[in-house]
Design a protein. Structure first.
Length: 500
């Protein structure tokens, strides 16, 4: 199978627009000078004349140039464009800053000085690097993210406008209305009345529903199969066909701290391969964190991956693996605990230990479905648990110690296990904890921190897939082989596992 190259010239981008090629959705946006509107490459409106088209790599660039988002193709649904490189440190820094701003879209975002301090650089240097690589200032980037988030909530949900403003990160309704009118030429209420906007799905059973786009190809069955193999009863449910999720999808319970509140509820949804969409449903109890959960679900299902870029590196080494994504996690702490329980045992054994932990320490919760009735134990609960109660579950002392060290670090705020964290620094933090080695830290980086170049060189299944099993230097040989797969070694690991 050949992998089409990314369009690198405006003429190539225009050809992708003419073909409405979904493989390049979110990789660029087309702004039309005659209408003042910018669109995704997949927009179904009549293709504009070539001389009227301008092309931008990010929505924020198009909006900074004075263009408004199309109400038909809805740029807020497009997958994000994340072009990673392990060779260009300044580019990685800019992307890390963008991720941190993304995490703050739904609440008070960190100021530039605080953001620069977290990244270990000066405020001035961060602004310069950000503008050089993303083409807009951090403030412009954040404003676009907030406005597009608000646009999606206004279109897809029945949240009151005031709640939309606050959930999207605006300090007041007045500021939200002013920004919305200045950028889009209409007020939020008018947007909901626009006839060109698609109708909102009805809300039933106390939940909100939004759509999340992705770029094909996407191996939906491989993603669902990965989660199904590791499914924990009472907190997760993977639906293969017409069941909870219609065409097949997944649902789960979740609790999180957001805006000073502890929120508990359920979320999930189903795939629509025909339209390259995942329809996300979020219980009313989690609605205050809806923008954050949209981003977390995008990360958990790897909806922002660019298969053309990744396949260009990996398909020659892993034929037939197009469409495989790296499964993530909605809760970094939960993923880390499950990684510890999976150390040096089979997937089934690790799942058994995790299930016992959920049954013993998981808090009950009511949901519309009998399959979902518990929450994964919180960091605070496991930090305060008597070690003997954990040991009674058959969990050996070394893993008890590791789990409680993790729990204390997360509960205290010393350790942050979400995708906006500095992956390399967090890996070192993890390895400094008792009972956590390189395999566990790299696995957490791959799935919870969403680091595309994580590589658990000591993984036995990986050794078998790469043909180095039994060698005294298996880890070193695997590491040497992996250099050809940078910066997509996390994806290479999934492809190697799948080959088994």
């Amino acid at each position: 199978m050949t992998t089409p190259a990314q369009p690198t010239s405006d003429d190539a981008r225009y050809a992708a627009v003419q073909a409405r090629d979904a493989r390049f959705d979110g990789s660029f946006f087309t702004a039309v000078t005659s209408t003042g509107i910018y669109c995704r490459p997949v927009c179904r409106v009549r293709v504009p004349k070539r001389e009227n088209c301008r092309f931008f790599g990010h929505a924020a660039q198009a909006e900074a140039a004075g263009f408004r988002p199309c109400l038909r193709c809805r740029p807020e649904l497009a997958p994000h464009s994340l072009i990673w490189s392990t060779q260009d440190a300044s580019h990685t820094l800019a992307l890390q800053a963008a991720r941190m701003l993304d995490e703050g879209t739904g609440e008070a975002a960190p100021g530039m000085a605080a953001l620069a301090t977290r990244l270990g650089v000066s405020d001035r240097h961060l602004r310069r690097i950000f503008e050089a690589h993303l083409g807009v200032s951090p403030l412009q980037y954040l404003q676009t993210r907030r406005l597009l988030t608000a646009k999606q909530l206004l279109t897809d949900t029945d949240l009151p406008v005031t709640q939309v403003a606050l959930a999207s990160g605006f300090a007041s309704l007045r500021r939200f209305n002013a920004a919305f009118a200045a950028h889009y030429g209409l007020n939020p209420t008018q947007l909901r009345k626009e006839g060109s906007a698609p109708p909102k799905p009805p809300r039933q059973g106390g939940y909100s529903q939004v759509q999340l786009g992705y770029r094909p190809p996407y191996d939906v069955q491989a993603m669902l199969g990965f989660f199904r193999t590791r499914q924990l009863n009472a907190i997760e449910y993977v639906a293969p066909h017409a069941d909870l999720a219609g065409a097949g999808g997944l649902f789960r319970t979740l609790h999180l701290q957001h805006g000073g509140q502890e929120l508990k509820g359920w979320l999930g949804g189903s795939f629509d391969g025909t339209r390259a969409l995942f329809t996300l449903q979020v219980s009313d109890s989690l609605r205050p964190a809806l923008p954050l959960l949209i981003r977390r679900m995008r990360a958990a299902l790897d909806l922002d991956a660019d298969p053309q870029v990744i396949d260009a590196v990996l398909l020659p080494h892993f034929p037939g693996s197009a469409g495989l994504r790296v499964p993530g996690s909605l809760d970094g702490f939960e993923l880390a605990v499950r990684a510890v329980l999976g150390q040096q045992v089979t997937v089934a054994a690790g799942r058994t230990f995790a299930q016992r932990l959920v049954d013993r320490f998981g808090e009950p919760i009511e949901t519309p479905w009998q399959q979902l009735s518990r929450l994964f134990p919180s960091a605070q609960a496991l930090a305060e648990a008597e070690p003997g109660r954990i040991g009674e579950l058959g969990i050996v002392r070394q893993r008890q110690t590791a789990i409680q060290a993790l729990a204390r670090s997360v509960a205290s705020g010393a350790l942050d296990l979400n995708r906006s964290s500095d992956a390399l620094a967090t890996v070192e933090q993890l390895k400094a904890l008792p009972g956590i080695g390189d395999w566990t830290a790299q696995y957490i980086a791959m799935r919870a921190l969403r680091w595309p170049d994580a590589f658990p060189a000591g993984d036995v299944a990986l050794h078998k897939a790469l043909g180095v099993q039994g060698s005294k230097r298996a880890a070193q040989e695997a590491e040497a082989l992996s250099q050809a797969w940078r910066p997509w070694r996390s994806y290479a690991v999934l492809r190697a596992w799948k080959a088994l």
